[in-house]
Design a protein around this ligand. Structure first.
Ligand code: ATP
Ligand code: MG
Length: 419
């Protein structure tokens, strides 16, 4: 096992495409790190450079205590699992698992022991004598994992290993993967564009866009404290709601005004985000997560109420998503532009929302007991302690502790406190 350290890693493909741009990540020994981001953001390229399948154009890559930039893949002591795992069709499961070790000249009894262990761990023992054609998709993917496990490498690299499986199988494989990682404790870098997979598997998640690291943090902190509009919109499903707004009043009694609404901004929000006071009397972008709404009948008494007219409702059993128009145009910003185009290849629920007479559509996630019906008036409560604010120019979260560092990395103007 080993830590993996990327220091300013670049990849420029022939033809000049800069697929990875100054990527720095410190993946601790035994950590499960997820790389997530929209299609084409450079996830696979980054992983392939770590594996040694792609040359590194700039920066240094360290695995354990060795710089491995120029080391051949076979000497890096890592095992890779791809989306399109290729099993040998004429070999049994057992032979598939043993094959790599055999090539390396591992002693017979050791091969048997490692294969048996991996098979047990993955629930493959009943299938050891079968050939791949006689296995389900999930079982085949388990064999592919097993081939990586038997090698006992310093690290696992996985590129969307579950994306060929159906939704239900993905959920159960996700659980197996987590257990496996707990059991083996091997440093793992896992690529996906599915943010639910990222959030459920990762100790930490690195969000990439256009080859650049946006933010790396625990799933909970990415959700609670996204560093910019892009991360805010990408992490969380349904996505965060945004509106162009104006901050008015003073810190002791402040309001955020948008779409004909006026929400009080509690004093503790100013305490948590000291830079916010500098935005009083100015425009910014407000963000509210669907989960920070509730049907007023079920909301805490101190939550602020707003009247809305429900459009579509999605009854999910455990909760209801209420989609409603607000009296404002959708936010247009470079950080939100990619989100709509990428959402369509997700799970479907995020598919770019149609515009209603140029009005932004927002989503509230309310209690399943709510009596909301499509087309009806509804009062919603909002937890204003959890409002998010973003600079309308840079898209950076106002008052985020990493905002200045992120600005430097992304090449946008650093936030200046304007009191
Ligand atoms: N061999 C190549 N030559 C030139 N450009 C490439 C090559 N491979 C990838 N690219 C480009 O590099 C960028 C990053 O590609 P990459 O495959 O790393 O993205 P990704 O994040 O894995 O996307 P996806 O989620 O679709 O798998 C893309 O713009 C892609 O077109
Ligand atoms: Mg990829």
């Amino acid at each position: 096992m080993a830590e993996i350290v990327l220091d300013g890693i670049d990849k420029v493909y022939a033809g000049g495409v800069k697929a990875v741009d100054g990527l720095s990540l410190h993946i601790a020994d035994g950590e499960f790190m997820v790389l997530v981001g929209p299609s084409g953001c450079g996830k696979s390229t980054a992983l392939r450079m770590i594996a040694g399948l792609e040359d590194i154009s700039g920066g240094t890559l360290r695995i354990g205590d060795r710089v491995v930039n120029d080391l051949a893949p076979k000497d890096r002591d890592i095992a890779m699992v791809f989306q399109n795992y290729a099993l040998y069709p004429h070999m049994t499961v057992e032979q598939n698992l043993a094959f790599g070790l055999k090539l390396r000249g591992t002693p017979k009894n050791e091969i048997k022991q490692r294969v048996d262990e991996a098979a047990k761990m993955l629930g493959l023992d009943p299938y050891l004598k079968r050939k791949p054609a006689a296995l389900s998709g999930g079982q085949r993917q388990r064999v592919a994992m097993g081939r990586a496990i038997v090698r006992e490498p310093q690290a696992f690299l996985m590129d969307e290993p579950l994306s060929n499986l159906d939704a239900k199988l993905r959920v159960s494989m996700r659980a197996s993967l987590s257990q496996l990682h707990d059991r083996l404790g091997v440093t793992t870098i896992y690529v996906t564009h599915d943010q639910i997979e990222a959030m459920t598997l990762g100790d930490r998640v690195a969000v990439l866009r256009d080859g650049k690291l946006q933010q790396v943090d625990t799933p909970q902190r990415l959700f609670d404290s996204p560093v910019n509009l892009f991360v805010a919109g990408f992490i969380g499903s349904p996505s965060m709601n945004f509106a162009n707004a104006r901050l008015t009043g003073e810190t002791s009694e402040a309001f955020v005004e948008f779409a004909g609404l006026r929400l009080p901004v509690p004093a503790d929000v100013f305490e948590a985000k000291p830079d916010l006071a500098g935005y009083l009397g100015r425009e910014l972008i407000v963000g509210i997560r669907p989960s920070d709404f509730e049907d007023a009948e079920h909301a805490k008494p101190e939550w602020t109420r707003i009247p809305v007219k429900a459009g579509v409702t999605e009854e999910l059993g455990s909760e209801i998503n209420v989609i409603f128009p607000i009296d404002a145009a959708p936010v247009v910003h470079k950080d939100t532009a990619d989100l709509a185009s990428d959402a369509t290849d997700g799970e479907g629920e995020d598919a770019a929302l149609p515009l209603l007479e140029d009005k932004a559509l927002w989503t509230a996630r309310v209690n399943a007991r709510s009596r909301v019906r499509p087309g009806q008036e509804l009062e919603l409560g909002i937890d204003t302690h959890r409002l998010h604010f973003f600079d309308a120019g840079t898209g950076l979260a106002v008052g985020h502790p990493d905002a200045a560092e992120t600005a430097r990395r992304l090449g946008v103007p650093e936030p200046v406190a304007k009191a």
